[in-house]
Ligand binder design. Structure first.
Ligand SMILES: N[C@@H](CCC(=O)N[C@@H](CS)C(=O)NCC(=O)O)C(=O)O
Length: 214
């Protein structure tokens, strides 16, 4: 069985958990406590030189990092059910929207960036929260416009897939940082319609064994 090194509240780990669920793949979950700094220990940097989660360890011992590269691996190694449409144009549009999240929003509001602006640029809780909310809302404005033109149940598809693997964790983060999701009705609608989908429920941070009880 494959092993996923992740953290309950990590949006990049959450993306991979949803994709595994959509494909019906069981993995062993090994938590890395980001709050306690376990990602910085040599035992973890040996798995991921960037000191980040997720890491997917395959049965032959190969280690995959970067959540979108992991989604791409799962799509190629386990093609059915597919996370992407067969039409190459739609496929590129879905990847582009997913990269708005994974390449443009998430990197500037992840833990190490927030810690840095707190420690090196004198920001307190309010400043840190405002920074994260600003960049999430900026990316969501573009995504809302794209989603409003999709004309399909999910983003450019009739089933949830690659884009929803990225969007739903980013909405979870948006709420943590106080972004008003009512400004993004099409994104909110996607969040609503996957609410009871088993793959999304199982992947939710509140359903992870490493979520603290208090
Ligand atoms: N681009 C990477 C981002 C990974 C990433 O930023 N992971 C965060 C959690 S979502 C992390 O490990 N943060 C630890 C830290 O900032 O120290 C991916 O998509 O996998």
């Amino acid at each position: 069985m494959m092993t996923l090194y992740g953290y309950w509240r990590s949006s990049a780990s959450y993306r991979v958990r949803i994709a595994l669920g959509l494909k019906g793949i069981d993995v062993i979950h090994k938590p890395v406590n980001l709050k306690a700094g376990e990602q910085l220990l040599p035992s973890h940097t040996e798995l991921n030189a960037q000191a980040l989660v997720p890491v997917l360890e395959l049965e032959d011992g190969s280690r995959l990092t970067q959540s979108l590269a992991i989604l791409d691996y799962l799509e190629e190694a386990y093609p059915k059910p597919s996370l992407l449409p067969s039409d190459p144009v739609k496929c590129a549009q879905i990847r582009a929207a997913s990269q708005i999240i994974a390449a443009d929003i998430a990197p500037i509001q992840n833990l190490r960036v927030l810690k840095y602006i707190r420690a090196e640029h004198g920001q307190g809780d309010e400043g840190v929260k405002a920074w994260a909310a600003h960049w999430i809302a900026e990316g969501f404005r573009a995504l809302e416009s794209l989603a409003s033109k999709s004309n399909q149940t999910f983003f450019l598809r009739d089933e949830p897939g690659y884009f929803e693997c990225c969007l739903i964790p980013q909405i979870y983060n948006a709420r943590r940082f106080g972004v008003n999701m009512n400004s993004f009705p099409n994104l909110l609608h996607l969040d609503e319609i996957v609410k009871y989908h088993p793959a999304f429920v199982a992947a939710h941070p509140s359903n992870q064994n490493d979520m603290p009880s208090n």
